[in-house]
Ligand binder design. Structure first.
Ligand code: 1GP
Length: 251
């Protein structure tokens, strides 16, 4: 079964899935065993690994290490650039920054990455990446040199989401940006979910289980948190995240 099919199965079984983003700059290799164990105990469904600005020099080695401790949870690269590709991962989100107008992030980097991904036989999950305005300039916005979509103009976001679907993308990632002051608003998720059939990943600045549940209720298929796993040592708080997201599984 492909990683994409596994993700769809998680959505079918639980209503929505819980993805945790690990930034290699923030989680040092020596801390991986304990951080990943914490995540798995909390009920994480899959791990994303990457970052828009990555200083860690050996990404390939990092992913190889990562796989030692991720048990049966899929490890999916969330690339901030062409240097974030590894044969040791289970899949890669093949992103196009569709909210922007920067040709490099729409198509240029992807053309450079595709032959490498092909040669490594890495599963590529085509994903439209939509940056949503979140109160301040995020790393993703600055590093990509693109403006986010306005958070209070759902018709603009819906037009981009429909474009993603018509292009044949398999998923849409609605991104507030790591550490976003304001997460992606529910009204925007609802408007997009009502217009497209493909799964919606929502992340950036989601800080409480209640907030995560509201995003799922609004129509998110997957919730991503990054900072929480690293910072939070209370396993019950993390478990509350997973159960808020796994709504069907808990009914
Ligand atoms: C960024 O959505 C992720 O793509 C994670 O954001 O670190 O704010 O949880 P946070």
């Amino acid at each position: 079964m492909s990683v994409y099919q596994k993700l769809l199965e998680i959505k079918r079984n639980f209503g929505a899935g819980y993805l945790v983003l690990i930034d290699p700059d923030k989680t040092l290799p020596e801390n991986l065993p304990q951080i990943l164990e914490k995540g798995i105990k909390a009920g994480v469904d899959a791990f994303l690994v990457g970052g828009s600005l990555l200083l860690t020099p050996d990404f390939d080695l990092y992913i190889r290490n990562f796989k030692k401790y991720s048990q049966n949870k899929p490890v999916i690269i969330f690339p901030g650039g062409i240097h974030q590709i590894s044969k040791h991962a289970d899949a890669i989100l093949f992103l196009s920054l569709l909210s922007g107008r920067n040709a490099d992030h729409l198509i240029g980097t992807q053309v450079l990455a595709s032959p490498i991904i092909h040669r490594l036989q890495l599963e590529a999950i085509s994903t439209a990446y939509l940056l949503i305005e979140s109160g301040e300039v995020t790393s993703a916005e600055f590093m990509s040199g693109t403006r986010p979509l306005p958070r209070n103009k759902p018709e603009i976001a819906v037009a981009h989401a429909l474009t993603a679907q018509y292009f044949g993308f398999k998923m849409i990632y609605l991104e507030g940006g790591s550490g976003a002051r304001h997460s992606v608003p529910e009204h925007l998720i609802t408007a997009i979910a009502a217009s497209v059939e493909i799964p919606l990943i929502v992340g950036g600045g989601i800080r409480t289980p209640e907030e995560a549940a509201q995003k799922v209720e609004a129509g998110a298929s997957f919730i991503v948190t990054g900072n929480i796993l690293e910072k939070q040592n209370d396993i019950n708080f993390l478990r509350a995240f997973a159960s808020a997201i796994h709504q069907k599984g808990n009914d």
